[in-house]
Design a protein around this ligand. Structure first.
Ligand code: TXA
Ligand code: MG
Length: 323
C-alpha cells in the first residue's frame, strides 16, 4: 500500500467512510483514526499498531452534545472539567452506552472520551456522522508521533493516508481522568497538569495506583514500559564518568552536559520552559533514535506541572532497558 501525506479532509472522509484507517493530527500527538462505531475498522487499528485487543481506545467527538449520546451520565466534576478544558487535551473515563461496540474499549464498562482542539480534526469531526476512535499513531510500545514524518517513519505502507496538520502544539498525550465516588482520579498524566485539574475542581486529586487492577489488564499508558526509542535510553545520572561519550546522545532540558560532545546533544528549551520542552520531547526522541548512537541519556524534569507528565513518559521509556 502506498501511504499519501496531505491536507485533503474530503479524502480522509471517503477513507473513513469505507472502514479504512488514517492518521490525523491532534493538539497532543497524531492519532490513528477509524470510524468509532465500525468494528471492522477498529480491528484494523489494533492490527496496524500491533496493539493487544485488551487495550482500550479513546473516542473523539466534535462537541459535548454529540458525546452525551454515547455515555450514561456526566458526573458533576466531569462536567466542570469538560467546560474548562474542552476542546483540548483532556480525556474523561465515563460509563459507556450500548451504542459503542465492545471492541473499542475492550469490553470495559467505561469509555475514554475527548474533544480535541486541533482545527483540522475538529473540521473533520464536524463532517462525520460518527465519533473517531484513535490511539496514538505509533507502533505499540514505541514513541508517539508529533509530526506527520514521525507517523510515516513507523507506519509507511501500512495506512493509506496521513492528514498533515503540522507539529502538534502540546506534544504529549492528553491527561486521563476517571471518577471514583464522584472524586477525580488521574489515570495518565499528560498535557493538562495535575495542578490545573486540582485548581479547577478545588480538590486534591489522586493519581491512580497502577498496581491495582480493577478491570482486567492495565492500559498501555499504565504499563511499566512504553514510549521507547529503539536505542537504549538511560537517566543521565547513571552515566559513568569514565564512559567514552563519543557515541552517546543526550537530551537535556536547558543546559548542555559537559561530558558529552555538543553535536550529540538536543536541548528541549533554552529558556527552561516546560511547555516548550514538552512540545519537543517526542520529537527529540525520534530524532536521536535515528542518529545510531550506542545509548541515549536523558535528563529528569522538575517535579511539578508538565515536568511530572514528562518524567512519567521518560521513566517508562527507560524501564524497557532495565529488564
Ligand atoms: O492525546 C491523546 O490522548 C492521544 C490522541 C490521539 O487523542 N491518544 C492516545 O491514545 O494517547 P492511546 O490509545 O495511545 O492512549 C490511551 C490510553 C491507553 O493507555 C489506554 O489503555 C487508556 O488510555 N484507556 C482507554 N480507555 C480506557 C479505559 N476505559 N480505562 C482505562 N484506561 C483506558
Ligand atoms: Mg499511545
Amino acid at each position: 500500500m502506498k501511504t499519501k501525506t496531505g491536507t485533503n479532509i474530503d479524502e480522509v472522509i471517503s477513507l473513513l467512510n469505507c472502514a479504512k484507517i488514517v492518521a490525523i493530527p491532534t493538539e497532543t500527538v497524531y492519532g490513528l483514526a477509524a470510524n468509532g462505531l465500525n468494528e471492522e475498522a477498529i480491528q484494523k487499528i489494533f492490527k496496524a499498531k500491533k496493539r493487544p485487543l485488551s487495550n482500550p481506545l479513546i473516542l473523539h467527538f466534535k462537541d459535548v452534545m454529540d458525546l452525551t449520546k454515547y455515555v450514561k451520565n456526566l458526573p458533576e466534576p466531569a462536567e466542570i472539567l469538560a467546560n474548562r478544558f474542552w476542546p483540548g487535551p483532556l480525556t474523561l473515563l465515563l460509563e459507556k452506552s450500548e451504542l459503542i461496540p465492545d471492541v473499542v474499549n475492550s469490553g470495559k464498562s467505561r469509555i475514554a472520551v475527548r474533544i480535541p482542539s486541533h482545527e483540522m480534526t475538529l473540521t473533520l469531526l464536524k463532517k462525520l456522522n460518527f465519533p473517531i476512535a484513535a490511539p496514538s499513531a505509533n507502533l505499540y510500545g514505541r514513541i508517539s508521533p508529533t509530526k506527520a514524518e514521525h507517523v510515516i517513519h513507523q507506519l509507511d505502507g501500512i495506512i493509506p493516508y496521513v492528514l498533515n496538520g503540522g507539529k502538534c502544539e502540546n506534544g504529549i498525550e492528553s491527561t486521563i481522568v476517571g471518577f471514583e465516588d464522584n472524586l477525580p482520579v488521574i489515570y495518565r498524566l499528560g498535557a493538562i497538569t495535575l495542578e490545573e485539574i486540582e485548581s479547577c475542581l478545588n480538590v486534591k486529586v489522586k493519581i491512580h495506583n497502577h498496581n491495582i487492577k480493577s478491570e482486567g489488564p492495565d492500559s498501555s499508558g499504565m504499563v511499566k514500559f512504553h514510549y521507547a526509542p529503539r536505542t537504549p535510553i538511560y537517566d543521565i545520572d547513571e552515566m559513568d564518568t569514565n564512559e567514552d561519550s563519543e557515541h552517546v546522545g543526550y537530551i537535556g532540558f536547558d543546559k548542555l552536559n559537559r561530558s558529552i560532545p555538543v553535536e550529540n546533544q538536543f536541548l528541549l528549551s533554552d529558556e527552561a520552559d516546560l511547555k516548550i520542552a514538552s512540545k519537543n520531547l517526542y520529537h527529540s526522541l525520534h530524532y536521536m533514535d535515528q542518529k545510531n548512537f550506542k545509548k541515549i541519556y536523558i535528563c529528569k524534569f522538575p517535579l511539578m506541572g508538565l515536568g511530572l507528565s514528562m518524567n512519567d513518559r521518560i521513566t517508562k521509556a527507560i524501564a524497557k532497558f532495565r529488564t
